[in-house]
Structures are given as structure tokens and as C-alpha cells.
Ligand binder design. Sequence first.
Ligand SMILES: C[S@@+](CC[C@H](N)C(=O)[O-])C[C@H]1O[C@@H](n2cnc3c(N)ncnc32)[C@H](O)[C@@H]1O
Length: 294
Amino acid sequence: MTGRAWYQLFHADAFEWLPQRKATSVHAVVTDPPFGIIEYSSDQLSKRRNGNGGIWRLPQSYDGQNRSPMPRFTVLQPKDRERIKEFHSKLAPLLMRVLVPGGHVIIASQNLFLHFVMCAFVDAGFEVRGQVARIIKTLRGGDRPKGAHKEYPEVSVTPRTCWEPWLVFRKPCQGRVSDNLKKWWTGALRRPEEAIPFSDLIESNPARGIERKIAPHPSLKPQAFMRQMARASLPLGKGVVLDPFMGSGATVAAATAVGLNSIGIEKDKEYFRLADIAVPKLAQLELTTATTTG
Ligand SMILES: C[S@@+](CC[C@H](N)C(=O)[O-])C[C@H]1O[C@@H](n2cnc3c(N)ncnc32)[C@H](O)[C@@H]1O
């Protein structure tokens, strides 16, 4: 950690906070938003906290270990599709306003609905710059026909997900990329090393061990991956990274760890409190094989 990076955490609804933020004052957005269905609504979170299920279900136990509940859906209903479209159609113009020209948005998505997210961001004026495939083997089941595993043993209902798409958008640059870099510090992505371009295929284990102990959020993203995303988002290492849906603060911690200034917003009071405690601890974690696989 450089010690020079600052961060600010806000307990707020991003849809209320963003319109209040000064225009062209954010240099990148790195975020893992709620899917846009109802999994992070206050009544579903209460059900999860009281152990009453709701959309959160316990995944099958494959190895005798206790697993955290995950949001349950494999097919989107028309009302889910509408909610997702509405969520991203509201979000994209708000991000467009606060970003400087050339600012990137790197946003976690899901193969079942990323087309809605793409449409919303393109409609708001963003350029599609690609997708980062986070290669991840989850224990998410659901690929066998429900209640008919034995009858149709040779069948997979959906492709078993082994990767998570992180969509990459850019607010159009002013002039050439080099002009934009000079004026706004943005317009490109930072290379991991001078000789190595930022690539769109990254292997990443789920957050485990010490990270989960520090930040027991149901959607915690691992520092090893988030530090790569945060670093890539600011090509010159200058500016501010925003995560409007920070959860336990994995993006803010990652930005801090790689020496970047950042802002995190979280609507839920418990997760906001968790982030407040978890961010400095996650930021200080030295990543070793033990912390990333333990
Ligand atoms: C997928 S989680 C992010 C988890 C995060 N990547 C981490 O590693 O901890 C999305 C978060 O957004 C929060 N959230 C949902 N709607 C929000 C809103 N309108 N404004 C701010 N936060 C919101 C949820 O409470 C949840 O904690």
C-alpha cells in the first residue's frame, strides 16, 4: 500500500448520491452492482438475515462444508427483465454525467442479462470496449433438470458457468486518446507491466479464507482480481475510482492497495458498517497463495 491514497465511504443510495455529485469529477467506475432483480432489496436482505430464505438459497453442499446463501434464479421472468433494464437505464446516464471524457466503467455482469446492460450503456452514449472474462469455477448447480436428474442423466439444462463477464465501457474521448490522456488522465487502460497489455482473460478464485473473515458479504469479490481491475481503470494512476455499489468495499480496498484514490457508496447500513471496518484490513492484505486459496 502506498499510504498516499485516500478513500471516502458514503452510506447512501447511489441513485440519490450520483445526481448530487459534481459533473465530470470521477475518472473511472469499477463496480459489482446488484443484479437488478430483488436480491438486495431490504425485505429480501431481512429474510436472508433471519434465515427465512426468500430469493437467497443455500447451495448444495458438495464437500461437507457450510456454504453461504446465493441468490436463486436461473430463468428471468418478464418482470425481472423489466427491473434489470430499468436499473441500468437509470444508472448509465448518471455515470455518464459524473465521469470525465475517456473515463471507463468496468462493471460485473451475468450471462443471462448482459445484453440489457450493454443496450442501456450504449443508449446513454458509452462505447463498448470489450469484456473481461473472470474465469471462475463456482459451485452453482442448476444445470440438471429439476426433479429428473435420474431420468435424464445425460442432460445439461444450461451451460455450466465457468466465467463471469465484466463489461468494459468508455465515455467518448475528447480528441485523440493522447489528447484525452493529457487533459483528463483517461481514455485508456493501464498495462499490468510495460511489455504486457491489459488482457480480457483473468483466472480468479472466489474470495476465501482471511478475506471472507474480514468481509463476510454474500457477493465479496477477491482482492487478487479487484486490484487488477482497479489498477487497469486509471491508465496513468491518477484520478478517482468510484464504486456506487461497494458492498463490503472490495473495490475501494483494492484501489487503496494499488495507490489509487477512491469513493464507495453503499445503501444498506450493515454492509456500510462492514465496509468501514473491512476496507483498511483488505487493503493491507498481502496476497499470497494462502490468502487467495485458504
Ligand atoms: C453485488 S454487491 C457488491 C459486493 C462487493 N463487490 C463486495 O465485494 O463486497 C452489491 C451491493 O450494492 C448494494 N446496493 C444495492 N442497491 C444500492 C443502491 N441503490 N445504492 C447503493 N448501494 C446499493 C447492496 O446492498 C450490495 O451490498
